[in-house]
Design a protein around this ligand. Structure first.
Ligand code: 2YC
Length: 272
């Protein structure tokens, strides 16, 4: 999994890229709207203002990322939830959150970023949240994916989830990965196609979910392509930006919003 850096997320707390305006243009939905759909809910099914979230900074491994907890906190507040960053880190912070009887605890070490639901003991991780959020964004931008060819680039945590999700949405999925065994494993598991040559697969697709930490030269992008691309670092050249109908990207927000709403859904299920 690619580790974020402070410069990649410095604009998140104040929403400097105005993500909702961009998403509304490309998908017709805001972050919140996509997260609600990604959680399998309808607007009005759940009152997110009733949920209290604690974000716990984790110092293990490579340590905290400056701005990460503040970004998660801001993303969750933008959904309408109450949220704060614990003053303590790690176990201390976790204990504070439990003592404070919050509904959801969000924390990330070098390998996993989870939303833990304290009421129903369920957890949602960022790989699922990102895959679901970017698949729903692609579906909205494409006006539905039933019977449409979709190329998934990357068979890691996010790409594997995305293959399953997009297949469930009725798409004809082709997956490609530099480690062909990983792509073949998804073919065997989900009955999807594998491409071993991204140079021919990319220009052959209108719909792309890029779950790899790479970008692609514009000469490989088909005119009018819709590219849903959570991968960081993220860069598409001028030709790609001219030719693509939409390039859907953000460094953290969509995946985190889906995690939070999906976790809250478990809570409401627990409270029924
Ligand atoms: O600040 C902290 O609490 C750090 N322990 C957070 C480390 C996050 C590492 N993961 C990542 O940078 C990316 C995120 C988009 C989530 C998954 N990988």
């Amino acid at each position: 999994m690619t580790r974020l850096t402070p410069d990649l997320i410095e604009g998140v707390p104040d929403d400097k890229i105005d993500l909702d305006s961009r998403l509304l243009k490309m998908t017709g939905k805001t972050v919140k709207g996509l997260a609600i759909e990604a959680a399998g809910l309808e607007e009005g099914d759940i009152d997110l203002t009733k949920f209290r979230v604690a974000v716990v900074p984790i110092t293990s491994g490579l340590g905290v990322i400056s701005g990460f907890s503040a970004s998660v906190d801001a993303i969750v507040r933008r959904l309408g939830m109450e949220s704060y960053v614990t003053s303590g880190t790690d176990v201390n912070g976790f204990a504070q959150a439990v003592e404070d009887d919050v509904d959801i605890i969000m924390m990330a070490d070098d390998n996993k970023f989870v939303a833990y639901n304290t009421r129903t003991n369920c957890q949602t991780d960022n790989s699922f949240g990102t895959a679901m959020g970017y698949s729903v964004a692609l579906k909205n931008a494409a006006g539905g994916l039933e019977g449409k060819d979709v190329l998934v680039i990357g068979a890691g945590f996010v790409g594997s989830w995305a293959v399953r999700i997009l297949k469930d949405m009725g798409a004809n999925v082709t997956v490609t990965d530099i480690l062909v065994d990983k792509a073949n494993a998804l073919r065997d598991k989900y009955g999807v196609e594998v491409s071993t040559d991204i140079g021919s697969a990319l220009p052959a697709h209108d719909y792309i979910l890029n779950a790899a930490p790479v970008s692609f030269p514009g000469n490989l992008i088909r005119k009018g392509a819709v590219i849903s691309t959570p991968g960081v670092p993220h860069y598409f050249d001028e030709e790609a930006r001219m030719k693509a109908k939409a390039i859907i990207h953000d460094p953290l927000e969509i995946g985190t919003a889906v995690m939070a709403v999906n976790s809250a859904k478990y809570s409401s299920r627990g409270k029924e």
